[in-house]
Design a protein around this ligand. Structure first.
Ligand SMILES: Nc1ncnc2c1ncn2[C@@H]1O[C@H](COP(=O)(O)OP(=O)(O)OP(=O)(O)O)[C@@H](O)[C@H]1O
Length: 920
């Protein structure tokens, strides 16, 4: 490969195998590769044609082969003191990163950069020991037209400077000295982690930035002190595809525009370099082209790798990439060795320069002398004119003027002395330097401003985020506050409710207590009434018994009974007496008299018995009257109770707004009242009748008593008669027999009369007694009936409505009793609940107070936290500022190596004890 060829940009093309997506989408290979390895043919739908590059690598090319065949020579260039550049260009997913970096931990798949690094160290080690090397690396990326130091990612907007001696460089970029392959790998990995990677549809992990890895190898020949330096830039460009195809949008669209700006600037630079007519190369249009200025048409040996897909699926992109490579092919560089002369060479150069300076001085003196002669009006012959040859050979003395010096000549001489010599080219240089200086300053300022702007933007975003955070916090707190307020209100409402319920409960308690008392009283009265009723029933039974007795007594008083017998006996006696008196033949014998006496005493006892019976009857009558009165009173009481009960039920029913029932009750009440009134009237009548009859009976009783008294008197008279008769007998006289017979007759008549009277009276008495008994029985029956009716009315009234009503009332009563019980229970439970509620209320009050206190605390804490946060933020900002000012040191401390240059000597891995500060 000749030097002229080597000055051309080398373009190699690498095709990767079809990827799964392309195969899935039905893509087919559209590239045919020539056997000679430098051309291929595209058989696409849109385009068919040949492309020729320095090398073309088909898809099956292995990493090692690719390195050996395409890039390896560049390592020798760098070691030889040349600048070298390797670009990888192609669409996303075309294999740029695979080619450049690969898998650095895998021997088979590691890419160019690891292999180059290994090769460099290999070359160093295998060089003569008189050669001393220092290797330093830097790693940066250009993302969104900002240069970020991947080894010090905080530096994300580094300015590009250009100086006369150094050329173009990135100011502030960290350069790390490395002494082994492993150290380089470590740096690469560290930098790789910092790369900004975004995801697109084209490739899962797609780099949206241009990355530049720079290896600088400085070498010193220890024999002659000569120094050489070679700088190798390894550039993995961002995907060259069109935005539309990647489906990128939003921020990625913005990215793509800026990425494309760098890429399009690259294209423009390549165009300008290759079209042969452009005088201006737009390196300054993008950071990429500016940094790689020397690599494109400058002091660099450059290789462009174009990575392509062989698939029909990516035909357009592949075509575009191939065309880009074709254009770049004709760029011509001017690579030269970056060497510094050795001291001996420099001394020789100095000596030569000094000699030249002496010659020039002599020449100037000669010229000045000659000019002085000419100005003074003299002439200098042609052969004596001053020349460089004469000056360098002649002794250093000015030519002797032919005419004496005059003031004008002296002035002119002085003027010439003060005039700057050969200003034009020097001025240009100065201007350029001045321009570069100014540019650098301005670039610094721009970078500074951009950084400030970025910081401000960052700060603004942080502030916005903070604001959002605080707003969200505020919202949360407001929500919490509201929630708490609502809870508080709820609790207050509950408190009020509980207080109200408490009061209500107390009221209910009171009313229930009252109702309880009322119901207890009612119950008591009902119980009483019931017991009275039972008692009365018992009494009624007694009465029945008495009635039965009465019936028995009446049966005893039967005319066919004892009285009739006695009457018969008296009648018989009277008949005897009559017969005795009539015949006068036989006086009363003693036996007959004694019989009479016995009969008389029997009559007496009978009369006394009757008297007793009458008395008993009287007593019974009185008792019955009392009983009736009592019944009347009880009836009245029951009526009253019933009315009360009815009223109460009605009132309750009315309270229940049951109009129908109220009406029914009113109706029922009316009926009942009417019935009662009627019953009462009937009973009153009966009572009146009974009274009348009682009076009659009393009268009859009086009559009976008077008759009885008469009977007694007659009896006594009879007795006396018998006694006197006895006495007369004993005296044996029959004198007064006729008188006695008369008397006897009279007595007999009286007795007969009396007997008749007695008979009448007895009949009347018996009738009366019967009547009275009947009346009493009737009264009793009527009373029973009334009671029954009353009970029926009360319980089982014929009226169904009444029955219903009664049942309803009974149920009501039961319910009321139950309700009363329930109320009592409720009352007690309410009391408990009230106590609990009060306790709860107290607890809630305490809780509310605690919550309020907490809220207050939280708010205070929040405020203090806010203040603290502000202070912290301020402190952090200040620290950040400090950190920025001290960044170099802090950054250097993050990497364990690289602060000190470790010179490497040929044949020796690492040389100790050589130190230099790494920062530019
Ligand atoms: N020559 C090749 N042989 C085998 N696989 C390859 C080859 N080239 C690329 N690949 C595979 O294709 C995928 C995409 O490759 P890579 O990431 O290198 O693309 P890229 O051009 O760097 O993409 P981006 O621009 O998004 O960084 C990777 O999984 C890689 O392993």
């Amino acid at each position: 490969m000749g030097d002229s060829n080597r000055n051309n940009i080398r373009v190699v093309c690498r095709f990767r195998p079809q990827n799964s997506r392309e195969i899935r989408e039905g893509g087919v290979p559209i590239i045919n590769y020539d056997d000679n390895g430098d051309s291929c043919r595209m058989e696409g739908k849109e385009f068919q044609g040949n492309f020729t590059f320095d090398r073309i690598f088909p898809p099956e090319t292995q990493q090692k082969f690719f390195f050996d065949e395409s890039i390896k020579p560049i390592v020798d260039d760098v070691i030889g003191g040349y600048n070298g550049t390797v670009f990888a260009y192609g669409q996303t997913g075309s294999g740029k990163t695979h080619t450049m970096m690969g898998d650095m931990d895998n021997e088979e798949f590691k890419g160019l950069i690891p292999r180059i690094v290994e090769q460099i160290f290999h070359s160093i080690i295998s060089s003569p020991s008189t050669m001393e090397y220092t290797v330093k690396v830097s790693y940066m990326e250009i993302y969104m037209e900002k240069i970020r130091d991947l080894l010090n990612p905080q530096n994300d907007n580094l300015p590009i400077h250009e100086e006369k001696n150094r050329g173009v460089y990135v100011k502030g970029l960290l350069e790390v000295y490395v002494s082994s392959v492993q150290e380089v790998y470590e740096v690469m990995k560290r930098g790789g982690n910092s790369r900004i990677v975004a995801y697109t549809n084209m490739n899962a992990e797609s780099s949206r930035s241009h990355s530049i890895f720079v290896i600088t190898v400085n070498q010193k020949n220890l024999n002659d002190g000569s120094v050489k330096s070679g700088k190798l830039s390894l550039v993995d460009l961002a995907g060259s595809e069109k935005v539309g195809k990647t489906g990128a949008s939003g921020q990625t669209l913005e990215e793509a525009k800026k990425i494309n700006k760098s890429l399009s600037a690259l294209g423009m630079v390549i165009n300008a370099l290759t079209d042969g007519k452009s005088t201006h190369i737009p390196y300054r249009d993008s950071k990429l082209t500016r940094i790689l200025q020397e690599s494109l048409g400058g002091n660099s040996r450059t290789t462009l790798i174009i990575n392509c897909s062989p698939s029909s699926f990516n035909e357009a992109e592949t075509l575009s990439t191939l065309r880009f490579g074709m254009r770049a092919k004709s760029i011509k560089n001017k690579a030269r060795v970056n060497a510094e002369l050795s001291p001996a060479e420099l001394k020789a150069l100095l000596k030569k320069a000094k000699n030249e300076a002496v010659s020039f001085q002599q020449y100037i003196s000669a010229l000045e002398g000659e000019v002085g002669v000419w100005r003074a009006g003299g002439t200098v012959p042609k052969e004596k004119w001053a020349s460089m040859d004469k000056a360098s050979s002649a002794p250093t003395q000015p030519p002797t003027p032919t005419t004496p010096a005059n003031p004008a000549i002296e002035a002119a001489k002085r003027e010439m002395d003060s005039r700057p010599g050969t200003p034009a080219p020097i001025l240009e240089k100065d201007e350029r330097e001045e321009f570069l200086k100014r540019e650098n300053e301005l670039t610094d300022q721009i970078a500074e401003k951009e950084s400030v702007l970025a910081n401000q933007e960052k700060l603004l975003n942080e502030m916005k985020e903070e604001l959002v955070f605080y707003k969200s916090q505020e919202d949360t707190i407001t929500k919490e506050n509201k929630q708490m307020e609502s809870e508080l209100n709820e609790l207050k409402v509950q408190l009020e409710k509980v207080t109200y319920e408490n009061k209500e409960g107390a009221i209910t308690m009171d009313s229930l207590r009252e109702a309880n008392l009322e119901l207890s009283a009612e119950l008591e009265s009902l119980k009483k009434a019931l017991s009275e009723l039972r008692l009365s029933q018992k009494e009624g039974d007694k009465e029945q018994k008495k009635q039965e007795k009465m019936a028995a007594m009446l049966a005893e008083l039967d005319p066919s009974g004892v009285i009739s017998k006695k009457e018969q006996q008296i009648r018989d006696t009277l008949l005897k007496l009559e017969t005795i008196g009539g015949d006068n033949s036989t006086p009363l014998t003693m036996e007959e008299l004694s019989t009479l006496r016995r009969e008389l005493s029997d009559s007496k006892s009978l009369v006394s018995q009757h008297e007793q019976t009458i008395n008993e009857l009287h007593y019974e009558n009185e008792h019955l009257t009392r009983k009736r009165d009592e019944l009347e009173i009880r009836l009245t009481t029951l009526e009253l109770e019933y009315e009360e009960l009815l009223d109460k039920t009605i009132a309750e029913e009315e309270a229940n707004n049951n109009i129908d029932i109220t009406e029914t009750i009113a109706e029922l009440r009316g009926k009942l009242e009417a019935q009662f009134v009627a019953k009462k009237e009937v009973q009153q009548k009966e009572i009146d009748e009974l009274k009348q009859e009682l009076e009659k009976k009393n009268e009859e009783l009086h009559k009976l008593n008077s008759a009885l008294a008469d009977l007694k008197r007659v009896n006594e008279e009879l007795q006396q008669t018998v006694i006197s008769d006895k006495e007369a007998k004993s005296e044996g006289g029959q004198k007064n027999v006729a008188e006695k017979e008369k008397d006897m007759e009279r007595i007999r008549k009286t007795m007969a009369q009396q007997l008749a009277d007695f008979d009448v009276m007895k009949k009347a008495l018996m009738r009366d007694l019967q009547n009275r008994c009947e009346k009493v029985v009737e009264l009793e029956i009527s009373l029973d009936e009334t009671r029954e009716q009353y009970n029926n009315v009360l319980r089982n009234s014929n009226n169904k409505a009444q029955q219903k009503k009664m049942a309803f009332l009974e149920r009501n009563l039961e319910q009321l009793t139950n309700v009363q019980k329930q109320l009592v229970e409720q009352n007690s439970s309410l009391k408990k609940e009230v106590a609990i509620a009060e306790r709860k209320l107290l607890a809630r009050n305490e809780r509310i107070q605690a919550l309020e206190a907490l809220l207050q605390d939280a708010q205070e804490k929040l405020t203090t936290q806010n203040q603290k946060f502000e202070a912290q933020l301020q402190a952090v900002r200040e620290r950040l500022e400090q950190a920025r000012s001290q960044k170099s040191n802090s950054i250097a401390s993050s990497i364990n190596f690289g602060r000190i240059a470790k010179p490497l000597r040929g044949g020796v891995p690492v040389l100790e004890g050589y130190e230099s500060i790494f920062l530019i």
